[in-house]
Design a binder for this molecule. Structure first.
Ligand SMILES: NC(=O)c1ccc[n+]([C@@H]2O[C@H](COP(=O)([O-])OP(=O)(O)OC[C@H]3O[C@@H](n4cnc5c(N)ncnc54)[C@H](OP(=O)(O)O)[C@@H]3O)[C@@H](O)[C@H]2O)c1
Length: 251
C-alpha cells in the first residue's frame, strides 16, 4: 500500500471516473473524502466499495460553484483528519452544444461551465494549499480532457474550460513548488461513462478506430494515471493524455 496514512479529496467521487479514482486511492490505503453535489447514493456506493475492500472513506456534499462551500469543506477535512495530502479535481459539468451554434452558448451556460470546471479547481487548490504544503509532499491532480488540447468535445465552453485547466496545472505547479506537485490527466473518450453513452455511436466508434491502440480509455486507466502521479516525487506541471494513443495521427 503506497498511500497509508494519507488523506485524499476526490471531487465528483459520485461520478464514473471520480468513483474509480477514489477506489484506487482507497485500495492504496488513503482515507478518501468523496464529494458529490446531488448524487448522494452514488457517493455512498463509492464509500461502501472502499470500505468493503478494507479501506476508509467518507462522503462530503460540495457544490464547487460556491467559493464559501469550498472553504468549509477544506476546514472540515482539517478538523476531522488534521491533514490533506491529495486533491483530485475531477468534478466537472458539461452540456452538449455544437460548436457552430454560437447563439446557444449563453453567458449563463458559459459561466456555469467555467465556474465548475476551472474556477473551482483553482479555489480548491488555494484553500487546500496550507494543508497540502504542511509535510512537503502534497499532490494535486486535475482531470481535464483531450478536448482541452484540440478543439472538440461537448461545447466550446467545456473545451475552453479544460484548456484553461491544462494551463492552470502548469501555473499551480510553479506557484506551489516545491512542496506540492501539480499534474493533470486529459482523457479522451472514456468507455462505459454517462458522458460516453450520450455520444452518437458513430462518434464513439470513430474515436476507437482512430486511436493507434484501437481502443480508448476506461475509468480504471484514468485512475491508474492518477495513482502514478500521486506516488511520484519527480513529476510536476505535466498533462498526460489517456485516449488510446494519438487519434489524429496520419496512418
Ligand atoms: N467520461 C468521459 O468520456 C470523459 C472524457 C474526457 C474528460 N472527462 C472528465 O473526467 C471527469 C469525470 O467525468 P465523468 O465522466 O466521471 O462525469 P460524471 O459521471 O458526469 O461525474 C461528474 C461529477 O462531477 C460532479 N459535479 C458536477 N457539477 C458539480 C459542481 N457544481 N460541484 C461539484 N461537483 C460537481 C457530479 O456530482 P453529482 O453526481 O453529485 O451531480 C459528479 O460526481 C470530468 O472532469 C470530465 O470532464 C470525462
Amino acid at each position: 500500500m503506497q498511500l497509508t496514512s494519507k488523506v485524499a479529496l476526490v471531487t465528483g467521487g459520485s461520478g464514473d471516473i471520480g468513483g474509480a479514482i477514489a477506489r484506487v486511492l482507497g485500495e492504496q490505503g488513503a482515507h478518501v473524502v468523496v464529494s458529490y453535489v446531488s448524487a448522494l447514493e452514488a457517493a455512498q456506493q463509492t464509500q461502501a466499495d472502499i470500505v468493503a475492500a478494507g479501506g476508509s472513506a467518507s462522503c462530503q456534499q460540495l457544490d464547487q460553484r460556491d467559493p464559501e462551500a469550498i472553504e468549509v469543506v477544506i476546514e472540515s477535512i482539517e478538523s476531522t483528519h488534521g491533514r490533506l495530502d491529495i486533491v483530485v479535481n475531477n468534478a466537472a459539468w458539461n452540456i452538449g452544444i455544437p460548436f457552430p451554434d454560437l447563439q446557444a452558448l449563453t453567458p449563463d451556460i458559459w459561466d456555469r461551465v467555467l465556474e465548475t470546471n476551472l474556477r473551482a479547481p483553482f479555489l480548491l487548490a488555494r484553500a487546500a494549499a496550507p494543508l497540502l504544503k504542511a509535510d512537503g509532499g502534497g499532490h494535486i491532480v486535475n482531470i481535464s480532457s483531450a478536448g482541452g488540447i484540440s478543439p472538440g468535445s461537448s461545447s466550446i465552453a467545456y473545451s475552453s474550460s479544460k484548456a484553461g485547466l491544462n494551463h492552470l496545472t502548469r501555473c499551480l505547479a510553479v506557484a506551489m513548488a516545491p512542496e506540492v506537485a501539480v499534474n493533470c490527466v486529459a482523457p479522451g473518450l472514456v468507455e462505459e461513462t454517462r458522458m460516453a453513452k450520450r455520444l452518437p455511436d458513430a462518434m464513439a466508434e470513430g474515436a476507437r478506430r482512430q486511436a493507434v491502440l484501437g481502443r480508448v480509455g476506461q475509468a480504471q486507466d484514468i485512475a491508474a494515471q492518477v495513482l502514478t502521479f500521486v506516488t511520484s516525487t519527480s513529476i510536476s506541471g505535466q498533462t498526460m493524455v489517456v485516449d488510446g494513443g494519438m487519434p489524429g495521427a496520419m496512418r
